[in-house]
Design a binder for this molecule. Structure first.
Ligand code: UT7
Length: 327
């Protein structure tokens, strides 16, 4: 049987602090009814204190290693998908491998905004399928609260903090990652990005005063692209693999807006009971949404289940992955 990569374990971590819609309404001009009806979000988690993404990632990865009874010295590679790494450099992956005792692993970060976890998962799966590597950890997570302006009601209501991690290992039993479609369109950059802090606009008094270090999003414009592309790419991967709606056991979608999730599900023709939705609890954790969903639904997945992952995010970036659950 063909050598593939399969997910052999998943774990996640979300911080304790719950920022509710009602609390947000004391900070900006918004209300629970508007946020719930427009996005499906009721609350999100916020990482307090001087902690970076690695704080959450280390908890997710340590939990994963323990759960899978894996010696950290056996991990060969860790890829971390994020837009809010601890530092611009070095990669947060390096901090995670050090803190989790992965002395034999190399690591790097992937930046594809909300689609980053999917990009990293596909890359890691090809590295396993090549036969060169046998144990790779893929992390997806973000501390979005570090780049959100809590005076900007168009962005602060959506995002939250959280992180998840999966283990990938070789599979020859027909389960694992079977297909992927990954896309990007860089002309979308100006509609969803963090204007300052990179090499175009390094940090200065002026950039801080102008709030340029916060995430900027043209919500409606992004929404239109997200709805169409996430739905289309999910339908396309079904067609490419001759999957009928009945044969899809689960859709695991990026949690950006409940209306985008509903449109994707409708386009695929599948029932809501087959969709992992936890946006009401965590909001949009950017790279964290997919692994957190996988962890939360892990006990419901059965070996051989047909699962479609789908995401859309800044860049623009989007895509879908078709996998058969491995355990
Ligand atoms: O994950 C990465 C990709 N990102 C996404 O997929 C996000 C895509 N975009 C969205 O999810 C939605 O566009 C938002 C949730 C960001 C906004 O929802 P919307 O339905 O597109 O609202 P809108 O921007 O068209 O605003 C509608 C109205 C406006 O008022 P007027 O002009 O109709 O009087 C806004 O000023 O709602 C107002 N508004 C708000 N009202 C209360 C905007 N934000 C808020 C708010 N509370 N937080």
């Amino acid at each position: 049987m063909q050598l593939r990569a399969k997910i052999t374990g998943v774990h996640s971590y979300v911080p304790d602090y719950i920022l509710t819609n009602d609390e947000l309404a004391t900070m900006v001009d918004t209300n629970d009814e508007w946020i719930t009806s427009r996005t499906g979000i009721k609350e999100r988690r916020i990482l307090k204190g001087d902690h970076g993404l690695s704080f959450m990632a280390i908890k997710a990865v340590d939990g994963l290693l323990k759960k899978n009874n894996t010696n950290p010295l056996d991990i060969e590679l860790l890829i971390c998908a994020t837009v809010t790494g601890d530092y611009n450099f070095p990669a947060t992956a390096n901090i995670i491998t050090d803190q989790c005792g992965m002395k034999n692993a190399f690591g790097y970060d992937v930046n594809a905004a909300c689609s980053g976890f999917m990009y990293a998962l596909d890359t890691a799966s090809q590295l396993i399928a090549s036969g060169k590597y046998r144990k790779i950890v893929v992390v997806g997570g973000d501390k979005m609260s570090s780049i959100i302006n809590y005076q900007d009601r168009t962005t602060c209501i959506i995002f939250g903090d959280g992180c998840g991690a999966v283990m990938l290992e070789p599979s020859t039993d027909g389960t694992g990652i079977i297909d992927s479609i990954l896309k990007s369109d860089g002309s979308g950059c100006k509609h969803l990005f963090q204007p300052a802090g990179g090499s175009v606009l390094p940090a200065s008094h002026a950039t801080v005063e102008a709030n340029k270090h916060f995430a900027y999003q043209e919500g409606q414009y992004v929404f239109k692209f997200a709805v169409t592309n996430m739905a289309n790419v999910s339908a396309e991967i079904m067609e490419n693999n001759n999957l009928t709606a009945d044969e899809v056991d689960w859709l695991v979608p990026h949690q950006a807006n409940k209306r985008i999730i509903d449109a994707t599900r409708e386009r695929m023709g599948i029932d809501e009971s087959k969709v992992t939705i936890n946006i009401q609890k965590y909001g949009n954790t950017t790279n964290g949404t997919l692994p957190i969903c996988l962890h939360e639904w892990e006990s419901k997945f059965k070996k051989g289940d047909n699962i479609i992952l789908a995401a859309f995010g800044g860049g623009f970036t989007w895509g879908s992955i078709y996998l058969k659950w491995g355990y």
